[in-house]
Design a protein around this ligand. Structure first.
Ligand code: N01
Length: 541
């Protein structure tokens, strides 16, 4: 059994409380245990898995390739586990997470059914108290928020919502029992990654499916396929090398060699089209990496957007539906592109229709269905796929109080600010995994999580060794980093879109581009540099 630092302070229940039992919380627990810290994970859910526990709607699947969207910290684990498809389904990912929890004996330190409500700093004793729904309070030296970037669903707030007499479901709170949609008249609201996956899957069962669509999103073909033994053997033989390379990339996974890397405007139209065709056929979200300048030059972006539009038009039979699906209001890639298997083809089915909300918005939910400004739709089932209060939602849902009684909610009233996406001035010993200001959602989340967890574990070990009890971001360093995150996003096309990356999807949320756009590899260099220079920007005392 490893040493137990809490023995130095009998008033602590644990050295570290970790909030969240998803990919981040599990790895943080494992890492801290290895270092001899006592740690406990709290999660409101009845099982591990985080976002993959909750998002069990029909068709839920990851759009990062399965062999990349998985832990790299254990060579044994990655050799043992075999993915069945190029893009894993939610049930398979959840099985994987459950397997990891068992394999590394994590469950004994995970307390499920535990909703954290208040997290309060005690500046006299330099410790945090973590209050749970129901009254239990735990005291610890450090708090790690592994609360996820997409863990608070945007709930419907339509007029008349409660009057609906049929069944209704929120995608991020899908029930654990089977939902039989066979032959029913189903309305889906929302056409982000979730709505698109739902639509493609539900259309096969529903008697009639109406997709209520407001802003067209670009969707790219996954080109999903089963992974055969030969592929898996080859992949595993080079796994270690692939992961090493992944850590240096922008996206957190290697992109295929067909990508040209040059400017889209430096090549002729025919060569450009060949590149787009090749990347389209290869599939996945890497389409926006076809050329180096697609996300910084509108002119370059237009060439890619035009290609995708022509593909959609070639697939969708009904011209009015194709028009609605291709009237994009943002450059390709400035909202997270969706990745689909047959989304556009779905509109050629006789039981599927698109309801364009742009000129005919939803007015209310009625007992019978949905009423827009011009029409009424009778429905048996309504599915809300409205997205998430991303990146800050899970943190601000808790009442987090730092030094001097300052609330995180107040500190972030104009938008989030954090040093390296990890820690905030005035909130000593509190850390966020993949928080605002880190690459997180712009990359392969699992690699981003590992990067943050490993750096934080090193920091806590350093603090332990040096007798440091208090770690806090320097206000100036935090502001400088936050400004840098904004400045580099301003140099791109990203801020032009109303995306959840900017908070634009939540009424009243401050509009700030939240993730660090510089990429996982560049961020690693920043983290390494900060550490090598003795944790610059942090006050250790
Ligand atoms: O959410 P979204 P999501 N009336 O915010 C519409 C990850 N993810 O859950 O754009 C009518 O993208 C809204 O319309 P508009 C992935 O990172 C990954 O789909 O505001 N419509 C939009 O169409 C993804 O980017 C995977 O006009 C309303 C939709 O709801 C992120 O999660 C799978 C509305 C929300 O789209 C979020 O995706 C799933 C209203 N009042 C999710 N309010 C994979 O790995 C909202 N909408 C594949």
């Amino acid at each position: 059994m490893s040493p137990h630092p809490t023995s130095a302070d009998p008033d602590l229940d644990h050295d570290v409380i970790i909030v969240g039992a998803g990919f981040a919380g599990l790895y943080m627990l494992h890492k801290l245990r290895e270092l001899g810290f006592s740690a406990r994970v709290l999660d409101a859910a009845s099982g591990v898995g985080g976002t993959w526990f909750w998002n069990r709607y029909p068709g839920a699947r990851c759009d990062v390739q399965s062999f990349d969207y998985s832990y790299s910290f254990s060579e044994d684990l990655q050799q043992e586990w075999t993915w069945s498809e190029r893009y894993a389904t939610q049930p398979e990912i959840l099985r994987y997470i459950e397997h990891v929890a068992e394999r590394f004996d994590l469950n004994r330190d995970i307390q499920l059914g535990s909703m954290v409500e208040a997290v309060t700093f005690d500046e006299v004793h330099t410790r945090w108290s973590v209050g749970l729904e129901g009254g239990e309070t735990l005291v610890c030296r450090y708090v790690v928020m592994a609360t996820g970037c997409l863990s608070v669903p945007k709930r419907p707030s339509f007029v008349g919502l409660d009057s609906f007499e049929g069944e209704s479901y929120v995608s991020g709170e899908w029930p654990h029992h089977d939902v039989d949609l066979t032959g029913k008249r189903v309305g889906v609201i929302g056409t982000g990654s979730t709505g698109i996956q739902l639509t493609t899957t539900i259309a096969k069962d529903a008697g009639e499916l109406l997709l209520f669509h407001r802003t067209p999103n670009f969707s790219l073909p996954a080109q999903n396929r089963p992974l055969d033994e030969h592929f898996t053997r080859e992949m595993k033989a080079g796994y270690d090398q692939r992961r090493k390379e992944a850590r240096t990339t922008t996206r957190g996974y290697p992109v295929p060699p067909i990508l040209s890397g040059s400017s889209a405007l430096e090549v002729g139209a025919e060569q450009r089209r060949e590149v787009y065709e090749a990347v389209w056929s290869n599939g996945g979200p890497v389409f926006t990496s076809s050329f180096a300048d697609l996300l910084v030059s509108q002119e370059a972006n237009d060439t890619a957007a035009g290609f995708v539009q022509s593909k959609i038009r070639a697939i969708v039979d009904d011209p009015a539906t194709a028009d609605a699906l291709t009237s994009f209001d943002h450059p390709l890639g400035t909202r997270r592109p969706c990745v689909d298997t047959g989304y556009y083809e779905t509109f050629n089915r006789p039981n599927v229709s698109l309801v364009d909300l742009r000129d005919d918005p939803i007015i209310e939910i009625t007992p019978a269905g949905i009423r827009t400004s011009e029409r009424s739709f009778d429905l048996d089932v309504i599915v809300f796929a409205l997205g998430f209060d991303a990146m800050t939602g899970a943190l601000l849902r808790m009442d987090i109080t730092g030094e001097g009684g300052v609330k995180l909610r107040d500190r972030w009233s104009d938008g989030p600010s954090a040093y390296l996406g990890l820690t905030m001035a005035g909130f000593p010993n509190l850390f966020t995994i993949t928080g605002p200001g880190s690459p997180s959602v712009l990359t392969n989340m699992v690699m981003a999580i590992e990067q943050h967890v490993e750096w934080l574990a090193d920091l806590l070990e350093h603090a332990q060794r040096e007798g440091v009890h208090r770690i806090e971001a320097d206000d100036t360093a935090e502001k400088a980093w936050t400004q840098h995150v904004v400045d580099i996003s301003d140099a791109t096309l990203f801020p032009r879109a109303n995306s959840w990356w900017t908070g634009a999807n939540i009424p009243g949320k401050p509009r700030v581009f939240m993730p660090y756009i510089g990429g996982l590899g560049t961020f690693q260099q920043v983290l390494t540099d900060v550490k090598d220079r003795g944790y610059t920007g942090l006050a250790l005392s």
